[in-house]
Design a protein around this ligand. Structure first.
Ligand SMILES: CC(C)(COP(=O)(O)OP(=O)(O)OC[C@H]1O[C@@H](n2cnc3c(N)ncnc32)[C@H](O)[C@@H]1OP(=O)(O)O)[C@@H](O)C(=O)NCCC(=O)NCCS
Length: 142
């Protein structure tokens, strides 16, 4: 089931924080929940959190900041479902564009985003701290 993170559920927050260690840019769940423009969706199965997606609403854009699916839950459609939830939110708020950055080497994520209708529209050389390039992808909403 995909839904917004329950800020009042400490176990869920901890589960997302643990998964965030695998994110492209580690972040603090509490800091994000404190931002009015930030949203975290979780894919949950009972008590278990299988994945999360963090995004910011910025003017008429939505920025997908991070997406992580727990290793045992991968290749089962969880990541795609989280992106679909984000796109539904973006459409609902009338956003024009959904944007993201992804490591050049991250073929799995790039394939997922292409499947969800994103296209590559540029790159940022040596964007990440270890010197890897970022690929910029976007999806224009009708
Ligand atoms: C990238 C990631 C989120 C994908 O999540 P997932 O739940 O396994 O993805 P899904 O099962 O929803 O796959 C959707 C599509 O993505 C693509 N895909 C996903 N994993 C893939 C892989 N390992 N290799 C190639 N394509 C892959 C496929 O096109 C797939 O569609 P298909 O099942 O019809 O072939 C997951 O591998 C992950 O958490 N990686 C580490 C963190 C990360 O890289 N996050 C992205 C930061 S920008």
């Amino acid at each position: 089931m995909i839904r917004l993170l329950d800020a009042a559920a400490p176990a869920e927050r901890e589960a997302v924080q643990a998964l965030a260690a695998e994110a492209a840019s580690p972040f603090d769940v509490g800091d994000e929940l404190a931002r009015a423009f930030a949203r975290i969706w979780v894919a949950s199965a009972g008590e278990r959190v299988d994945g999360f997606l963090l995004a910011w609403d910025v003017a008429d854009e939505v920025h997908l900041l991070d997406l992580v699916v727990a290793r045992p839950a991968r290749r089962a459609g969880v990541g795609f479902a989280l992106v679909e939830a984000l796109l539904a939110h973006a459409r609902e708020r009338g956003a024009r564009l959904v944007l993201l950055e992804v490591r050049r080497s991250n073929a799995a994520a790039q394939a997922l985003y292409r499947k969800a209708g994103f296209v590559t529209d540029g790159e940022r050389p040596a964007y990440y701290a270890d010197g890897e390039d970022a690929i910029l992808m976007q999806k224009t909403l009708a």
